[in-house]
Design a protein around this ligand. Structure first.
Ligand code: ADP
Ligand code: MG
Length: 214
């Protein structure tokens, strides 16, 4: 038997992700100040902060309603490009969880893939364009490969976490095609993309939470 995440587990993850995002405020703000308009941390922090405040009511929802509620909240609270992108991502992920009471490993991969697809189509962006997609795309590719190759869940967690961290790091060398960094003369080359870094925090914490269930 592999891991299974309940709504309560996912809400625990949201709380831990908020802590990680919250404590990295100065760092993320400095990244977005270098390539964007400096508000990415404030945006994403307010979204996760709001979800944190709603934790007690959220954990009573089934997975479908939970993900829908997260999407709606992110869409309305986060603002900026990330609000719309995360909102669409969670609404798309909700659809993969209809009738499900828990999220097992293939379902978690499906959630991440639905998020990726929604972000790419909503943001009209592709991998390699220096955005949060450059974290999520390699994460999903890695997860799918682990499942296809029959890699153990313990090893999958480590590989997926590393893929996310490497993905975020890879944005440093990229030229921005979408997002505010694309308006800069250097296209943000030499700077990490803030959205890619906050996405890697989320995958990192999610994998930590999965690890506790193994
Ligand atoms: P805004 O760019 O509107 O100020 P944020 O500062 O909250 O919004 O988020 C910026 C992040 O959003 C970027 O670092 C990048 O990762 C991501 N991003 C921006 N535009 C797009 C897009 N079209 N597709 C995917 N990701 C994007
Ligand atoms: Mg911004």
């Amino acid at each position: 038997m592999g891991f299974e995440l309940t709504s309560k587990d996912y809400v625990e993850y949201l709380k831990k992700a908020y802590v990680k995002i919250h404590e990295n405020g100065d760092y993320i703000t400095s990244l977005d100040a270098a390539t964007g308009d400096g508000d990415h941390w404030a945006n994403i922090n307010s979204g996760f902060g709001k979800l944190n405040e709603m934790a007690d009511e959220l954990e009573k929802l089934n997975l479908f309603d939970l993900f829908k509620q997260i999407g709606k909240t992110m869409m309305s609270v986060i603002g900026g490009s990330s609000g719309v992108l995360y909102g669409s991502a969670y609404l798309a992920a909700a659809k993969t969880l209809k009738e499900k009471e828990t999220i097992d490993s293939p379902a978690l991969c499906g959630v991440l893939e639905a998020m990726l697809d929604a972000m790419m189509s909503r943001g009209n962006a592709k991998p390699g364009w220096k955005t949060m997609i450059d974290t999520l795309y390699p994460t999903v590719e890695c997860y799918k490969k682990c499942l296809a190759d029959g890699v153990s869940e313990a090893e999958t967690v480590e590989k997926v976490r590393q893929a996310a961290l490497d993905g975020a790091e890879s944005t440093k060398a990229m030229e921005a095609v979408r997002g505010r960094a694309s308006y800069q003369t250097d296209k943000g080359v030499g700077h990490l993309d803030p959205g890619a870094v906050t996405m890697s925090y989320q995958i990192e914490i999610l994998m930590d939470c999965v690890k506790e269930k193994l």
